[in-house]
Design a binder for this molecule. Structure first.
Ligand code: OFO
Length: 171
């Protein structure tokens, strides 16, 4: 049985993952309207992955005798001034998510819920991958700068970057 503090913290993380999925979906749609098809595909996939992160939490909370709360979501930003600023937003968002996961792990340790703490290790590992991936993308974009052919290649290659770097949600 989940302790109330752990249940509420897990539900809060569920909301963050759902918001992440929504934000990346909005980014994907923006990229698509900018003619950045590869980037859009990368982001659609990223949005789906965040939905899986949310779903794992829904099922875990319910399995442990808690009640998952399916939340209302806020409307994400629909315009970005550039591809760089969009990916910067994504990186900062992932950094925030990592902090929230760490807080959640701390709550579990305080509450002596080692089962949930163990369950969350998958998220800890996933966040390392996602932050690293976002940093790699930012580095590439900085290198490209205003070079149009560089941007063309970036958009063409970004789908393969994902495949090599992402971790399969296999728990
Ligand atoms: Fe990238 O946020 Fe989920 O864990």
């Amino acid at each position: 049985m989940l302790k109330p503090k752990v249940e509420s913290a897990l539900n809060n993380q569920l909301l963050i993952e759902a918001e992440s999925s929504q934000i990346y979906l909005a980014m994907a749609s923006w990229a698509e309207t900018q003619g950045l098809g590869g980037t859009a595909q990368f982001l659609y996939k990223h949005s789906d992955e965040e939905r899986i992160h949310m779903l794992k939490l829904v099922q875990y909370i319910n399995e442990r005798g808690g009640k998952a709360i399916i939340p209302a979501l806020s409307k994400p930003t629909k315009e970005y001034k550039s591809l760089n600023s969009m990916f910067e937003t994504l990186l900062n968002h992932e950094i925030m998510v990592s902090e929230k996961i760490n807080d959640l792990v701390e709550t579990c340790l305080k509450e002596k819920d080692y089962t949930t703490q163990n369950f969350l290790q998958w998220y800890v590992a996933e966040q390392i991958e996602e932050e690293a991936l976002a940093r790699t993308i930012m580095d590439k974009l900085k290198m490209i700068g205003a070079d149009k052919s560089g941007l063309y290649m970036f958009d063409r290659d970004i789908e393969t970057i994902t495949i090599q770097s992402s971790v399969a949600p296999n728990q």
